[in-house]
Design a protein around this ligand. Structure first.
Ligand code: ATP
Length: 333
């Protein structure tokens, strides 16, 4: 049996935007992404705002349209081709693959009690036979998420950001999923609360044997949480590696620039890394060649003309940069 839960091959997501009847313009939010997410892993996806992280996460949940390439989900019980998935399979997939929302303030209906918020997926997907069974499941999952059972009768406005995020997590977990996309799930929280929620997610992952895709714009958040990190820029993966390797020796100039934005991880060698300047280009007006060349201090003509492929070195550390080897050499500043 394969150890891969999600396998994407050449996956692209394009959104039609404006244009005339015969001249439709497409915004490529995700472009030709291939990746494997291993069962039971915590897979991090990082990149600036607009790089396509949310869209990729949603495509893997079958909540954004896959316009080219595809993705497979295989958990040992079922094997779904997300492109050809039938309606019945999709219903089942909704139980197995869930999203934890970005903003715990916006995600919870103010008119529902915490009990009803957590119970709703069970009722919509008809996963329990009666109210008693639903209540038992809600209490079980609330306890796992360290929610006070007394609080189940209250409304979300009574809670802090961290507690609301626990409610969102409980709601996502109640259908006993195998795969969770957590999209900027701690970004809206204070730093001390972020650590609490991250610890909870890690605990739940090991208790329930879940697989996470953890989306963040912040490398420091993925450092202690993720086993593997993929870096996205303008819809493409530019680097992908086990976390330890990526943090020990990032290879892509974009990844290095993201590191330079983390003060606490920026002591000696990374102090000299180039800071990121300028803005990510619009996906509707993409640069030629390497998409990062307009912001890369090391770009040469070749980079402007030819797009580098994501290449692996055989150790699971992939990078898409023509110059990474020479830039890693000791004499390169
Ligand atoms: N439904 C849509 N229709 C048109 N364009 C979209 C749609 N959803 C996303 N986009 C565009 O796709 C690109 C990638 O957006 P996406 O939200 O996936 O990036 P992101 O890296 O998750 O950013 P953020 O961190 O801000 O959420 C952006 O240019 C965005 O404007």
């Amino acid at each position: 049996m394969s150890d891969v839960l999600i396998c994407a091959k050449g996956l692209s997501v394009g959104f039609p935007i404006g244009g005339g009847l015969f001249n439709k313009q497409v915004l490529k939010a995700v472009d030709n992404v291939s990746l494997d997410i291993k069962k039971g892993s915590f897979f991090g996806l990082v990149g600036e705002s607009g790089s396509g992280k949310t869209t990729l996460g949603r495509a893997l949940l079958k909540a954004a349209p896959i316009t080219a390439g595809g993705a497979h989900y295989s958990d040992g019980e079922v094997d779904y081709d997300l492109e050809k998935i039938t309606n019945d399979q999709l219903k089942d997939y909704r139980k197995r693959a869930q999203l934890i929302f970005q903003d715990p303030y916006a995600a919870l209906s103010p008119r529902m009690t915490v009990r009803d918020i957590i119970a709703e997926p069970l009722e919509v997907m008809r996963l329990t036979k009666n109210r008693q069974e639903t209540d038992a499941r809600v209490r079980e999952i609330a306890a796992k998420c360290r929610l006070n059972l007394e609080h189940l009768r209250r409304f979300p406005h009574a809670f802090s950001g961290g507690q609301r995020q626990r409610i969102s997590i409980a709601r996502a977990l109640v259908s006993a999923p195998k795969f969770i996309v957590a999209d900027e799930s701690v970004a809206a929280l204070d730093v001390s609360i972020q650590a609490d929620v991250l610890n909870l997610l890690k605990q739940i992952q090991s208790d329930m044997g879940l697989t996470f895709m953890f989306i963040s714009h912040d490398l420091s958040v993925v450092a202690h949480t993720c086993d593997h990190v993929a870096v996205m820029y303008l819809g493409r993966l530019v680097e992908s590696a086990p976390t330890r390797k990526l943090f020990a020796a990032p290879r892509h100039p974009y990844t290095k620039a993201l590191f330079s934005a983390i003060p606490s991880l920026d002591p000696d060698d990374r102090g000299s890394a180039q800071k990121l300047t300028g803005e990510i280009p619009s996906p509707t007006n993409q640069p030629s060649g390497c998409k990062f060349h307009t912001r890369c201090p090391f770009a040469i003509d070749h980079c402007k003309q030819v797009e580098p492929k994501l290449e692996t070195d055989g150790t699971g550390h992939d990078v898409a940069c023509h110059r990474w080897k020479e830039l890693m050499a000791p004499q390169a500043a």
